[in-house]
Design a protein around this ligand. Structure first.
Ligand code: HEC
Ligand code: HEC
Length: 218
């Protein structure tokens, strides 16, 4: 038995409040053996109901098991408000927010599972933003975000709240991709308030805003 599997087994036996069971521990041990789950993320995944582990590994292929997305135009989920994540997962599961890549990914996932997944990702630490900054682009983005009062909903720190997502330290390519979707009314199933908020901004403006938001701390 690996040291991690032993650790999980000992925690399971010691703490009756943990929802881990023997199967969960074995699945995790297997995923760990395959290198699918970094040890740091594991520590925070202990509250997930058994059965969600395999799902988490599947989501992790695109969003990162710790919620820091390794793929382009794919959102990091770490540190997002629970309500935002719950809402989006329900919209995606019901096919209201259409994401071709996620077809079937949430099929059969119950509301309770969605809440568990949302809490898991909300608790993960978002990686610090890339240090490289284009000073002129950053300053332009900062000014535009202020002028357009993006912080009135997303909070002045852009940490998000309730149904409003965190924008700070999100992947730059995803921020730009989603703003372009809103601006061209391609954001099927998403909040129409956002399209209105981007009214009058040009594409170079969106490029600057994405650069700015992706470079501010989580
Ligand atoms: C094959 C890749 C892939 C897999 C697997 C996948 N996703 Fe996604 N997911 C995406 C992409 C890409 C987007 C953004 C799409 C867009 O807005 O155009 C997304 C969006 C989301 C969003 C909305 C986040 C936001 O900031 O707008 C949530 C929440 C989410 N996924 C959760 C999950 C969960 C939970 C799983 C596993 C059950 C999962 N995803 C599996 C690719 C994937
Ligand atoms: C009136 C409130 C409001 C204002 C003002 C607002 N937003 Fe939003 N924003 C939202 C909501 C709500 C969502 C979630 C959309 C959904 O549910 O589909 C969102 C989503 C987003 C997303 C998608 C992020 C993700 O993870 O999916 C981006 C990017 C974004 N906003 C950027 C901005 C920028 C930039 C501004 C300023 C120009 C702005 N927002 C102003 C309410 C607002």
């Amino acid at each position: 038995m690996s040291s991690w599997a032993r650790f999980i087994a000992s925690r399971t036996a010691a703490d009756p409040h943990l929802k881990l069971n023997a199967i969960f521990a074995r699945l995790f041990a297997l995923a760990l053996a395959l290198g699918a789950i970094p040890g740091a993320a594991l520590l925070h995944a202990q509250d997930l109901p058994a059965g969600l582990t395999a799902r988490l590994v599947a989501c992790g292929a695109c969003h990162g098991v710790d919620g820091n997305a390794p793929l382009r135009e794919t959102p990091s989920l770490a540190g997002q408000p629970v309500v935002f994540l719950e809402n989006q997962m329900v919209l995606i599961r019901e096919g209201i927010r259409e994401i071709a890549l996620m077809k079937g990914a949430l099929e059969g996932v119950t509301d309770a599972d969605i809440t568990a997944l949302a809490r898991h990702y909300a608790r993960q630490a978002l990686k610090p933003p890339a240090a490289s900054r284009d000073a002129a682009l950053f300053a332009k983005g900062e000014k535009l975000a202020e002028q357009n009062r993006c912080g009135s909903c997303h909070l002045p720190s852009y940490a998000g709240r309730e149904q409003m997502p965190r924008l700070a330290a999100q992947r730059e390519d995803f921020l730009l991709h989603s703003m372009r979707q809103f601006a061209s009314n391609q954001a099927v199933g998403r909040d129409t308030l956002m399209a209105a908020s981007l009214h009058g901004l040009s594409d170079p403006d969106l490029v600057a805003i994405a650069h700015y938001l992706s470079r501010i701390g989580p």
